[in-house]
Design a protein. Structure first.
Length: 310
């Protein structure tokens, strides 16, 4: 499998040999497993010993849930420090205790690098701050620069894009293709599987499946009671992307309490669907109290929710 590099990779590689464990979190299907494999390849090229574990394996999950020490029953014994790459750490019943235990007792033997699909789940299950024991890296869907790299497989077109950014008067011979890529990015977004799909029908199908499966799992895992209203809320937010988020208006429209609306918005934030941007004021108190604007982290997800793919 051809693994394409993500921009965040260099930052993670620069922290591999510090004492802290590394946690990579982000939305589902944004490429965390591929990123973990790239890290594994880098370590092996450096002559380090690695072990890859996925907690989607029920046998491994059961062993690690029984006791954190059981990590050493599912990895080989080594005289040198071992890099343990764990995919889907949030499946553990108590990921905090697992990481804290192995950091405090075995940091000289293992360095854990793990992924977690949902910031909501990570925050909920990480009952301890793990201060001084972990470094968190957030991986999102592809940026436009990454989108171009994934589409072309080279960085040649990125050089032209950076030159346009640096010199607005620069007349790039690649301007038309860059505009075509920008149009595609604004419509279908940056989920890697969607970007790498050739046909628009395939892109639409993948986005529809991603939106439906993601929302179902988010609802299930976050114990949303008013499922239908949750769906309506996310579509309302999609329709007003870039607009001011007024909790009272949403509460009245949905016939939900303001607290429920705030909880649902928090779930959407923690599952990486939306991002809130507060207005800038020199007065910090005013900046914190003014209503924020809401944006979708991926435009493909936003557009499929509104059925606005063209």
């Amino acid at each position: 499998m051809n693994l394409l590099k993500r921009n965040i990779l260099d930052s993670i590689l620069g922290n591999l040999f510090f004492k802290e464990f590394i946690v990579i979190t982000g939305p589902r299907q944004c490429g965390k497993t591929c990123l973990l494999r790239l890290i594994e390849n880098h370590l092996q090229e450096k002559g380090e010993t690695t072990v890859y574990l996925t907690l989607e394996d029920p046998l491994i999950l059961k062993r690690l849930n029984e006791h954190p020490e059981n990590l050493f029953s599912v990895i080989p014994r080594q005289d040198q420090k071992l890099f343990v790459l764990i995919d889907e750490i949030q499946y553990l019943a108590d990921p905090t205790n697992f990481l804290k235990y192995n950091f405090d007792l075995h940091q000289d033997r293992v360095k854990i690098i793990c992924t977690g699909s949902s910031a909501f789940y990570i925050d909920q299950n990480f009952k301890d701050s793990l201060a001084g024991r972990k470094l968190i890296f957030n991986l999102y869907t592809l940026s436009f620069d990454e989108f171009i790299y994934f589409k072309t497989g080279t960085e040649l077109l990125l050089k032209d894009l950076n030159e346009i950014r640096r010199r607005p008067e620069y007349l790039s011979p690649k301007l038309m293709i860059l505009k075509q890529y920008l149009d595609e990015y604004l419509i279908y977004g940056g989920y890697p599987a969607v970007v790498l799909s050739e046909s628009t029908d395939r892109k639409r199908m993948l986005l529809a499946e991603l939106s439906q499966s993601f929302l179902r799992r988010d609802i299930l895992e976050s114990n949303v009671r008013e499922e239908e209203k949750f769906y309506i809320l996310i579509r309302m937010l999609a329709a007003q992307t870039g607009g001011i988020l007024n909790g009272n208006q949403l509460s009245n429209s949905l016939q939900l309490s303001v607290t429920a609306v705030e909880n649902y918005i928090q779930i959407l934030r923690k599952t990486f669907h939306i991002h809130l941007v507060r207005p800038f004021f020199s007065n910090l108190k005013k900046e914190l109290t003014k209503m924020p604007k809401v944006y979708f982290n991926d435009l493909g997800m936003r557009n499929i929710l509104l059925n606005q793919l063209v």
